[in-house]
Ligand binder design. Structure first.
Ligand code: GUN
Length: 292
């Protein structure tokens, strides 16, 4: 049976280190990092994420601002708020929760965020820097996924990694990070031929497709490390349940290690967001980024 990777415990440890770094920055530099989170509309999952982000930001001692705008907000209204936050020196990180309502072009909003404050790492400048190996703010879920993989596997050098999913939020950036770790990276997706055959090559599987329980145990190479990024709400036996993109019951019998859902990658995302905010704050003030 696979080792269960405890993302919740790892994230708690990381948040504790971030909290210490924030105390040191306050004492030595008078700097309190601050994160502004913008939510447009009433998507229930987004509301939960945003509330958790704000709560954990405060718990590590940072400043937190929440902007909740109605679903009818126009693109120009949202852009005006982003520009105001870009100019505010107390705000070091800006996050606009996705998805945005239909009348708003997400790429335009994301590319209006000052790249130095883009703690999601979604601005085209940060995406370009990541893909060319330059210092950048890196998307949180990919960073958290690779941290967990390195925690169980040690060095990833030379491993066959298969990423399932090609989104800008997870698939593409996690593939870039794995390349930097010297993995041989395959990005698979909905049009990939013989997906089980491709996944069976992998020492490391990153599942980020958003399809409940798609990856089955018999798709895996025995002993593979499985990082399940999916968070899917399903109905089972008349009850709501959260499941990943991997069929946990069959995968845990074949994998060497696997992240559970919930309690795997999920908690890492917010911890990495806080990490990015501290980093962004230090870089904006010309202070060395503390070890966290
Ligand atoms: N929606 C789902 N995941 C994310 C994320 O990581 N950042 C933002 N801004 N929105 C999201």
């Amino acid at each position: 049976m696979a080792k269960i990777i405890d993302g919740k415990a790892y994230a708690e440890g990381l948040r504790a280190r971030i909290g210490k770094a924030v105390k040191t920055l306050q004492a030595e530099h008078g700097l309190t990092p601050g994160l502004a989170v913008v939510l447009v509309g009433e998507d229930p999952a987004s509301k939960v994420y945003v509330a958790n982000k704000a709560k954990q930001t405060v718990e590590v001692g940072m400043n937190s601002w929440e902007y909740k705008l109605p679903a009818t907000t126009s693109e120009s209204e949202l852009l005006a708020l982003v520009e105001k936050l870009n100019k505010d020196p107390a705000v070091h990180g800006i996050l606009v929760q996705l998805p945005l309502p239909k009348q708003i072009e997400s790429a335009k909003v994301l590319n209006t965020i000052d790249p130095a404050k883009d703690v999601d790492g979604f601005h085209v400048v940060n995406a370009g820097r990541l893909s060319t190996g330059q210092d950048s703010l890196v998307p949180c879920t990919p960073v958290g996924s690779v941290m967990l993989a390195k925690d169980v596997l040690g060095k990833l050098d030379g491993l066959e990694a298969v990423v399932i999913g090609r989104s800008n939020i997870v698939g593409k950036p996690v593939a870039q990070l794995l390349l930097q770790e010297n993995c041989t990276v395959t990005i698979a997706h909905s049009r990939t031929r013989d997906l089980p055959g491709v996944v069976r090559r992998a020492d490391l599987v990153i599942a980020a497709v958003g399809r409940p329980e798609m990856v089955k145990g018999d798709w895996l190479k025995p002993g593979a490390c499985v990082i399940d990024v999916g968070i899917n709400r399903i109905e089972r036996d008349g009850k709501g349940k959260l499941v990943g993109d991997c069929d946990f019951a069959s995968c845990e019998k074949v994998a060497g290690s696997i992240t559970p859902v919930p309690g795997g990658v999920g908690p890492m995302t917010i911890a990495c967001l806080l990490h990015n905010t501290v980093r962004a704050a230090c870089q904006q003030k010309g202070i060395p980024v503390p070890q966290m």
